[in-house]
Design a binder for this molecule. Structure first.
Ligand code: SF4
Length: 339
């Protein structure tokens, strides 16, 4: 059984050997369950319209930024540019706006994505089960939805308005997506937003609940660290590299078969070090601006966050191979999604 005190104990243990022991065990379990493979994916930002106000995000509804939404032709151009790098798993992102990126818009994007990619996931506003079913049938395999923090008080402090303000609706989102038939569900917390041990404990509890209720789903987790936006600091606590590594290791040990994703928010050197310790999926060649791959220069807009690892897909592939891992571009063969 996972307990809060056991998590706290690991996070505060600063004995020199403790981290090494933890990493060794995490590495062993990762190899046993995933072999020496690393899956690759790329995000594509379709729109930055958002009706929610999260204090820590540059896309929030009150921020006076240029709002952009890709047309079908632009989406195709962006996707073709990404696909040309070899990437076959795509994560389509938007701000959270039913008005500007309704289900019909996302279905159209999924239809285009099917021409280029084998794995199609969404990180958009939380939806109803029936809407997830529609998207699943349109070719979407998975969703990403982070609770950000499980601390209700802190959640209310940083989510001021919009759909995202509804804590319970958000927490129930992975279950609705699983109910609709989604094969992959990715969850996570935004490290630095609240007390880390508490949030980890709640995330693990949530994950156990879902594993029990929907055992056929492939779960993964991410631990993005809160970053400054244009020099503004939003973090409540600092999560240093050592703590970050401990979180990855602990998660691997407690959840041997759950995927652990790592984004380009983390700098390249740390990403390289974490391969094999617990990470199973990394983004590569990422651009976090809408139309950033082929249409607009990143400097032209305010991205949701800055990427730290600026390497191209080819450079990331070379690094993965150099470290003795096989880069995996496709997790499964495309099949018709039927509910
Ligand atoms: S985190 Fe998501 S919902 Fe919140 S402001 Fe940013 S894009 Fe909108």
């Amino acid at each position: 059984m996972i307990t809060l005190s056991a998590i706290q104990k690991v996070l505060i243990d600063n004995r020199p050997d403790a981290l090494e022991d933890l990493a060794r065990e995490a590495k062993r379990i990762t190899e046993q369950n995933f072999g020496r493979t690393i899956s690759l994916f790329a995000p594509i930002y379709l729109s930055n319209y958002c009706s929610s106000h999260c204090t820590y995000c540059g896309f929030h509804s009150q921020n006076k930024i240029d709002r952009i939404k890709l047309t079908a032709d632009e989406t195709r151009k962006e996707m073709s540019t990404i696909a040309a790098t070899g990437i076959r798993n795509i994560l389509m992102l938007t701000g959270e706006s039913y008005k500007f990126t309704p289900v019909s818009y996302l279905k159209e994007a999924a239809g285009i994505a099917k021409d280029f990619f084998q794995g199609i996931s969404l990180e958009v506003h939380p939806m109803l089960t029936a809407e997830y079913k529609e998207l699943f049938e349109a070719g979407v395999d998975g969703i990403t939805v982070y609770q950000e923090t499980y601390d209700r008080e802190r959640y209310a402090e940083v989510h001021l308005s919009g759909y995202k303000k509804n804590y319970d609706y958000r927490r129930e989102t992975p279950a609705r997506a699983a109910e609709a038939g989604m094969r992959q569900i990715s969850m996570g917390i935004l490290l630095g937003l609240s007390q880390v041990a508490q949030d980890l404990f709640q995330l693990y509890t949530h994950l156990r609940e879902l594993e029990k209720a929907y055992p056929g789903v492939e779960y993964s987790v991410s631990f993005p660290r809160l970053r400054k936006i244009k020099g503004r600091e939003f973090a409540l606590c600092d999560v240093d590299d050592k703590t970050f590594i401990k979180i990855i290791c602990l998660t691997r040990i407690l959840f041997p078969r759950v995927g652990i994703n790592l984004s380009t928010r983390e700098e390249g050197k740390l990403r390289d070090r974490l391969l094999g310790i617990g990470i199973t999926k990394i983004s590569a060649g990422s651009n976090t601006a809408v139309g950033g791959y082929s249409l607009k220069e990143l400097e032209d807009q305010d991205p949701q966050f800055d990427t730290e690892d600026k390497r191209s897909v080819a450079e990331v592939v070379a690094m993965v191979k150099e470290r003795g891992f096989d880069p995996v571009f496709t997790d499964w063969r495309p099949i018709e999604n039927k509910t």
